[in-house]
Design a protein around this ligand. Structure first.
Ligand SMILES: *[C@@H]1O[C@H](CO)[C@@H](O)[C@H](O)[C@H]1NC(C)=O
Ligand SMILES: *[C@@H]1O[C@H](CO)[C@@H](O)[C@H](O)[C@H]1NC(C)=O
Ligand SMILES: *[C@@H]1O[C@H](CO)[C@@H](O)[C@H](O)[C@H]1NC(C)=O
Ligand SMILES: *[C@@H]1O[C@H](CO)[C@@H](O)[C@H](O)[C@H]1NC(C)=O
Length: 394
């Protein structure tokens, strides 16, 4: 279009300058040149159009190729996911077979009537305790949400604690399985930020502790006295003196957890108060739990659970239920595999297998904190917190 206009303009221009009859040759010459330029421009135009067309086709092809790649990528990802679930399932099956392999059914004849009577008696006292516990506490753990390493300090084994009461912020640090010195930090921040013991207050106990199963509850430290079979000391952390003690009959003969042969009495605190987890020689390496009245320093009631000590590394109480954590002898991925509910509110069908975050672990204690609904644990010289996922017991 532009070329045509140009040609028209030039012709009129030359015509007016050169005059009509003068040198027609020149005009024709210019005319021919312009036609040539015009043709070339047209050709150039056509080339550009062709090129654009070609480019369009090329990019269309590329787009469809890329789409193909995306589909392939999604398919591959699905395949990998599928494979992962299958591997996980296989691992669970292997774990399950290992567990079932170890429990042959006993063949002993029993007097049905006697058993029946004992059963009735047991049920009766169980119901009494249930009424007594009677707490509006119906949570159970469905999973472990996250892990936080608060600090690395102390021996491979030890215990760190916090009073779950509303007005308590202090952190208590008890490193080792036998010692008399408790370190007290103002709060968890001071604890995590303190490089060494400068910011800690030293509390010296009159008797050393045994194991890592201590508990702090309502301003007092409860611990198994070293050198005694089963004496539990109640030590007032404010006034720094022993205010009471008790014996826990049947406890202290053997270690509670197979994988941590240092603790003979593991104390626990949950929404319902103070508990002791131990093994009685008559119970065949199964864990026993006792509800302890912390004011009277006496046992309210004991339950022989179905949870084994074999391959267990720690346990804790939550809402009246015992959760036992199992692992491999050299350390590995910890998992909750046995739950025993004293309130019978968790049905066996409901019991999930709960894995801790995939990481090499070796816990020498795990305590539930009923106020924050999280777990405090000592993992091979690291002080860690696990946040929990919970749901309602049905
Ligand atoms: C718990 O005990 C209180 C009285 O001690 C009673 O009023 C309440 O109904 C009980 N709750 C349950 C769920 O048994
Ligand atoms: C006892 O605990 C204190 C404070 O944590 C520590 O400095 C000391 O080394 C421990 N003693 C032994 C024998 O482990
Ligand atoms: C906690 O201890 C104080 C005394 O130090 C006592 O008055 C209070 O009743 C206790 N609370 C519980 C829930 O045992
Ligand atoms: C515990 O930590 C020590 C070093 O701090 C390491 O040598 C050992 O392998 C760890 N054990 C486990 C079971 O992770």
């Amino acid at each position: 279009m532009a070329a045509v206009q140009l040609r028209f303009l030039l012709i009129s221009f030359f015509t007016s300058i050169v005059g009509e009859a003068q040198d027609v040759e020149l005009i024709h010459y210019v005319d021919r040149r312009i036609v040539l330029i015009e043709n070339r421009l047209n050709k150039c135009n056509q080339d550009i159009i062709d090129y654009v067309q070609e480019f369009r086709e090329f990019s269309k092809k590329m787009m469809s190729r890329l789409e193909g790649f995306n589909i392939l990528k999604t398919e591959l990802k699905n395949d990998v996911d599928h494979l992962l679930t299958r591997v996980e399932r296989a691992q669970r099956d292997i774990d399950y077979f290992e567990v079932t392999k170890e429990s042959p059914t006993p063949c002993v004849e029993v007097d049905e009537d006697l058993v029946q009577q004992q059963f009735m008696e047991q049920e009766e006292s169980k119901n009494k305790v249930k009424l007594m516990l009677n707490a509006s506490c119906s949570n159970m753990i469905s999973g472990i949400k996250s892990l936080k390493v608060v600090k690395k300090s102390g021996d491979a084994h030890g215990s760190w604690l916090k009073d779950p009461g509303k007005n308590y912020q202090k952190i208590y640090f008890l490193t080792g399985t036998k010692n008399k010195t408790v370190l007290e930090f103002a709060n968890i921040r001071t604890f995590s930020e303190s490089g060494e013991k400068r910011s800690a207050r030293k509390v010296t106990l009159p008797f050393p502790w045994h194991g890592t199963g201590h508990a702090v509850y309502n301003g007092s430290l409860f611990y198994h006295r070293f050198g005694s079979l089963n004496e539990i000391i109640k030590f007032d952390l404010q006034k720094k003196n022993v205010i009471d003690k008790m014996l826990l009959p049947g406890a202290g003969e053997t270690f509670v957890y197979d994988l941590h042969p240092s603790t003979k009495i593991d104390l626990a605190v949950d929404e319902l108060g103070l508990w002791a987890i131990h093994v009685e020689p008559s119970a065949g390496r199964k864990l026993t739990i006792s509800k302890i009245n912390h004011e009277a320093m006496a046992v309210d009631y004991s339950w022989e659970t179905s949870c084994k000590s074999q391959n267990a590394e720690a346990a804790f109480m939550m809402c009246g239920a015992l959760y036992v954590v199992y692992n491999s002898p050299g350390g590995g991925t910890a998992r909750i595999e046995c739950i025993y509910d004293t309130l019978d509110a968790i049905s066996p069908q409901e019991i999930p297998r709960i894995h801790f975050p995939k990481r090499q672990t070796s816990h020498s204690m795990i305590h539930y904190d009923p106020r924050e609904k999280q777990l405090f644990a000592w993992d091979n010289g690291s002080q860690v917190i696990y946040k929990l996922l919970t749901n309602q017991k049905s």
